[in-house]
Design a protein around this ligand. Structure first.
Ligand code: ATP
Length: 261
């Protein structure tokens, strides 16, 4: 079963064109072009090492932190090139948040995990405003009912699945436009995975979500659009139903049907 939702093709959140990336001499992304539509879940799939995480990290300049990485090409967001030298990277990462594979709450309370960054960015002021923001973010992340009576306990005291939803609340609290998720459920049990998949589908009403996943069923369940990567190239990018049911290339078909990868 695949998703089938209405996508506004005029509403583009991010648009990569002719994007190339090298780690030293190794070219990891080869002339990628792809538009991410607003308020969709877009999945990046493909065999290990094909460049999915590298591409995801390009979208909020996380590759800047890797000294050997060199990027060429454009990623347009609101008419500006994310890769331009004068881009304010801190502001960019506020608009394009990230959730990682392993839940990584700060060594602080549940409340502080959510309130800290908005306070640093001067998005919230006094205590009452912070409390309101924390509750909203935790509700958005489907965690409020489970933690409302223990907001001052450490974030690390939660289960793995709850910690991952806390990390989602932390991302959501900054009201970004885009949330990048790098294999967000691969460290979780099936029930926590299902909870986070439901969450992704709900969150796309307010945010645009780009998710790297190795789980084909997950892409089919949550993604409106799916991009199939292979050896640093995008082989096929289409709405998920078409890609899964009528792939245009042999490579995508072989991967989706489990013949390799
Ligand atoms: N920090 C790095 N330094 C050097 N090479 C890297 C670095 N990160 C990734 N690579 C290389 O770039 C290529 C793409 O890696 P990337 O992690 O983006 O692939 P992936 O599709 O996300 O893989 P996986 O599914 O295994 O996570 C691989 O050949 C990888 O070895």
């Amino acid at each position: 079963m695949t998703r089938n939702t209405k996508v506004d093709h005029d509403s583009i959140s991010l648009s990569a064109s002719d994007l190339n990336l090298w780690y030293g001499d190794h070219q990891a992304l080869k002339s990628l072009s792809m538009k991410v539509y607003a308020n969709t879940v877009t999945a990046l799939i493909g065999p290990s090492g094909c460049g999915k995480s590298t591409f995801l990290r390009c979208l909020n300049r996380m590759n800047d932190l890797i000294p050997s990485a060199r990027v060429e090409g454009n990623i347009e967001m609101d008419g500006r090139n994310v890769n331009s030298k004068d881009m304010d990277v801190v502001a960019l990462r506020r608009r394009v948040g990230m959730v990682f594979q392993n839940p990584n709450p700060f060594p602080k309370s549940i409340f502080e995990n959510v309130a800290y960054a908005p306070r640093m960015h001067d998005i919230v002021g006094g205590r009452a405003e912070q409390e309101e923001l924390v509750e909203k973010a935790l509700r958005d992340a489907g965690l409020w009912d489970e933690v409302k009576d223990k907001l001052h306990q450490p974030g690390t005291s939660l289960s793995g699945g709850q910690q991952q939803r806390l990390c989602i609340a932390r991302a959501v609290a900054l009201r970004p436009d885009v949330i990048l998720m790098d294999e967000p459920t691969s460290a979780l049990d099936p029930i926590s995975t299902a909870t986070i998949e439901d969450l992704m589908v709900r969150l796309r009403e307010e945010f645009t979500i780009v998710v790297v996943t190795h789980n084909m069923q997950q892409a089919a369940r949550v993604a409106d659009y799916t991009s199939f990567f292979h050896l640093g190239e995008i082989i096929e990018y289409n709405d998920t139903t078409t890609l899964f049911e009528k792939p245009a290339t042999r490579k995508a078909e072989d991967y989706i049907t489990g013949r390799y990868g």
